[in-house]
Write a protein that binds this ligand. Structure first.
Ligand code: PLP
Length: 419
C-alpha cells in the first residue's frame, strides 16, 4: 500500500486483524445464514425458470411484462407471501411503506404502532407531523406503544387492542436512527402470535428496511401480513438504481398496487425500462452484500470496542439489521473517522464531508457516502448528528475487503499516529 494514497500505519492493520481473528465464530454464523438465504434466492429463481427473456425492456403501458411478473413471483417465493409488488416506480423505501399504509387504511380505521414512532420519514404519512394528506388527516386514528427493555410491551399492547378496534399493527424491525434496539424475527414472531390470539383480523405490517437477509427468516415467515422496503438497501444487492417492494397477502398487495398506479390498473402496468436484470441480479447478490455489510459492521464494532469505545450492538451480539452505532464521545474523533470513511470510498474520495445544518434536523449532521448509487446505504456509509455523545451510525459495505480497508484508514486518521 506504500505507493497508495490510502497509507495506513502497519500497527493499525495489526490491530484490526487481531479483532478480525477474534471474530471467527461470529463470521462463521454469518456465512451460514448467507448460505441459507442464497439457497432461498436460488430456489426461487429455479422455480420461476428465470431466463434471459426476463431481462427484456418494456416501455409505455408495459402490459404483460413477463420479467416484471417473474420478479414479483420470485419475491413472493422468497418471502413466502401470496403476492408481491416490486417496482422502479417506487421512489424510495418511504414511498413503498407509505403506499402500503395509505392503501390498507381507510377513514375510521385504527393504526397501532408497537415500536414507538415509525421511522422519521413516515411522520407525515401517519400525520405525527401535520400534513393534509396524512392518515390522521384522512380520519385514521393513530396510537402508539413504546418498546420496553428493548422488547414489545405486551401488557400495553393487549390493553390498546382491547380498548380499540385496531385495524393494523405497525412494527419497525430496524432501529433506524433511534437508540432503541432492532427486533429479531423471533421477537416479532412472539408478538404476532399474541396479536392474532387477541384478534385474528388485525393486519400486521412490518417496515423491513435494513432487515432483509440478516436472519434466516423474514417477518412474513412468522405471520406478518405485509412488509415493505427499499431496493437501494439490502435486497437490491447494491445493483438496483431505484425502487421499492411490498410483499404480503394478495388483498393487501392489490390495494397497494392500485394506490401506486390507479384503481383498476393495479399491477397490470408499469414499464421496467430495462431494469429487470438489475433487480434480479441484485437480488441474487443480496445475501452476499448483506453478509459483507454485517461483517464490516462487526469489524468496526470489535475494533473500536478494543479501543474502549461503546458500540451498539456489541460485536458479538445477534443482529436484526445492518446498522452499527459507535459512540465516539469526542467531536474531533467522530469527524475524523467519518471523513476517513469518505476518503476511503470508491466514489468521491476527494470530497471532505463537513458538518452542516440539514433541513429537518435539530443539530448539524455529517455524512460520508462515497457510493455508486446515490444514497445507497447498502454501500459503506456513515453519518452522525454533531451532538453529545457523538454517535456515528454506520452501515453497508458491498465488499468486506473495501470496508476493512476503509476501517483501517479511518482509524489511522482518527488516531493520528497515536497508537
Ligand atoms: C431507510 C429506511 C426507511 C425508508 O427510507 P428511504 O430513505 O425512503 O428509503 C424506512 N424505515 C427504515 C427503518 C429505514 O432504514
Amino acid at each position: 500500500m506504500s505507493t497508495n494514497i490510502l497509507d495506513i500505519d502497519e500497527k493499525v492493520i495489526v490491530m484490526v486483524e487481531k479483532a478480525e481473528d477474534e471474530l471467527k465464530d461470529v463470521f462463521k454464523e454469518i456465512d451460514r445464514i448467507c448460505l441459507l438465504n442464497t439457497k432461498k434466492v436460488m430456489g426461487a429463481f429455479c422455480k420461476n425458470k428465470i431466463s434471459e427473456i426476463h431481462f427484456n425492456a418494456t416501455t409505455g403501458y408495459a402490459y404483460d411484462d413477463i420479467g416484471r411478473e417473474a420478479i414479483e413471483k420470485v419475491y413472493s417465493d422468497i418471502f413466502h407471501t401470496e403476492d408481491a409488488l416490486v417496482r422502479i416506480q417506487f421512489v424510495n423505501g418511504t414511498h413503498a411503506l407509505s403506499t402500503a399504509l395509505m392503501s390498507n387504511l381507510v377513514y375510521g380505521d385504527i393504526l397501532l404502532s408497537i415500536t414507538g414512532a415509525p421511522y422519521d420519514t413516515l411522520a407525515e404519512t401517519v400525520g405525527i407531523k401535520e400534513n393534509p394528506l396524512s392518515l390522521i388527516a384522512k380520519g385514521v386514528k393513530y396510537i402508539e406503544v413504546e418498546l420496553e427493555n428493548n422488547d414489545f410491551n405486551y401488557e400495553k399492547i393487549e390493553t390498546k387492542i382491547k380498548e380499540n378496534n385496531v385495524t393494523m399493527i405497525f412494527i419497525g424491525k430496524s432501529r433506524g436512527y433511534s437508540s432503541r434496539e432492532s427486533l429479531s424475527v423471533d421477537k416479532i414472531q412472539k408478538v404476532i402470535k399474541k396479536i392474532k390470539e387477541l384478534d385474528k383480523n388485525i393486519l400486521v405490517m412490518v417496515d423491513n428496511c435494513y432487515g432483509e437477509f440478516v436472519e434466516e427468516m423474514e417477518p412474513t415467515d412468522v405471520g406478518a401480513d405485509i412488509i415493505a422496503g427499499s431496493l437501494i438497501k439490502n435486497i437490491g444487492g447494491g445493483l438496483c438504481e431505484t425502487g421499492g417492494y411490498i410483499a404480503g397477502k394478495s388483498e393487501c398487495v392489490k390495494r397497494a398496487a392500485e394506490t401506486l398506479t390507479a384503481p383498476g390498473i393495479g399491477k397490470e402496468c408499469g414499464a421496467t425500462l430495462g431494469k429487470n436484470r438489475e433487480i434480479l441480479q441484485g437480488l441474487f447478490l443480496a445475501p452476499q452484500a448483506v453478509k459483507n455489510a454485517l461483517k464490516s459492521a462487526i469489524l468496526i464494532a470489535k475494533t473500536l470496542e478494543t479501543l474502549g469505545y461503546k458500540s451498539t450492538p456489541k460485536a458479538e451480539e445477534k443482529r436484526a439489521d445492518i446498522i452499527q452505532m459507535i459512540e465516539f464521545g469526542n467531536k474531533d474523533k467522530l469527524i475524523a473517522f467519518i471523513q476517513g470513511i469518505q476518503e476511503a470510498s470508491p466514489i468521491d474520495s476527494f470530497v471532505k464531508p463537513m458538518p452542516w445544518s440539514m433541513p429537518g434536523y435539530n443539530h448539524d449532521v455529517i455524512m460520508a457516502a462515497g457510493t455508486f448509487i446515490s444514497g445507497a446505504s447498502i454501500e459503506l456509509s456513515a453519518d452522525a448528528p454533531i451532538k453529545e455523545p457523538y454517535i456515528a451510525y454506520m452501515q453497508g459495505g458491498l465488499t468486506y475487503e473495501s470496508a476493512k480497508i476503509a476501517i483501517c484508514y479511518s482509524l489511522n486518521k482518527m488516531l493520528g499516529g497515536k497508537i
